[in-house]
Design a binder for this molecule. Sequence first.
Ligand SMILES: [Zn+2]
Length: 319
Amino acid sequence: MKRLQRLRATVALRDMVSEIGFGQSQLIQPLFLSEGAIQEEPLSGLPGSSRHTLSSLLTQFEKDLAAGVRQFILFPVPAQKSNRTFRADFVGTALGQMRQRAGNDAAIWVDTCICSFTETGHCCVHDSRGGQDLAATHAALESLAVSYVKAGAVGIAPSDMNDGRVAHLRAALDKAGHDIAPIMSYSTKFASNYYGPFRDAADSTPQFGDRRSYQLDVRNRNDALASSRRCAEEGADLLMVKPGQPAADLIRPIHEQTGLPVGAYQVSGEYTSLVLLAREKFLDFEAGLLESWYNLRRAGASYIITYGARLASGMGLPR
Ligand SMILES: [Zn+2]
């Protein structure tokens, strides 16, 4: 059964998809958790963000809560890479402690993909001949997704772009008794040059080839729309375009074709370009950042994943 109640479950979720007004509650703050980190590692390509140890993650999380952030997306980076077995108990530990600190005041999503877990750095499992093993990929995503929700994630955000993954994840969550947990699908995700600074953060650079056989070709609008429609049909509750500004033309058409809330991921290349322009005094950083969010809202974005979510209330955006 399609549960329309999924996005009504908590104040944080209701505020996030409110169709009226614009505030910090509609911004999602990414956090990187590195199982192998010994200390917090600031990311040179993504100023203001770090790869965190569990302890520095919790400190940052508490600071962000105090700054009014109510939406988070966690990116787990395991210490051990594998091609078959993906262990994520460190994510469960972090989620449990985050939930202890925030209760239901914050919604914590977990980016659900395996490219930080695989030796290849790809978002899929490969078979012995080097081909894509879709069944093994689905199984890996299902077990990670169920473990994240069980540990306290409000919902999951599959980012892999493999065919059929939303249907498989929905079925797996339902079967495990989590039919109320929403799926925020990276539904229109392009193979983009704007992801550069992120790959260091998530330690997920492909070791061979690239992601063009599963991510979308920037030249193809029809495929981009079809990809989001497919996620909606398979049971996604929230859709997304990524990168945000470069794909802003697709946000409203996707909403009109599916009726679902559509968000935008303001990716590392977009965010860092503002930082670098400001460093050269070519623009005022906060004014430029606010403008970039307004642009995405005007294009129809319900929510925005942005590295600057924690700055919003300091910039005068209502909570
Ligand atoms: Zn991936």
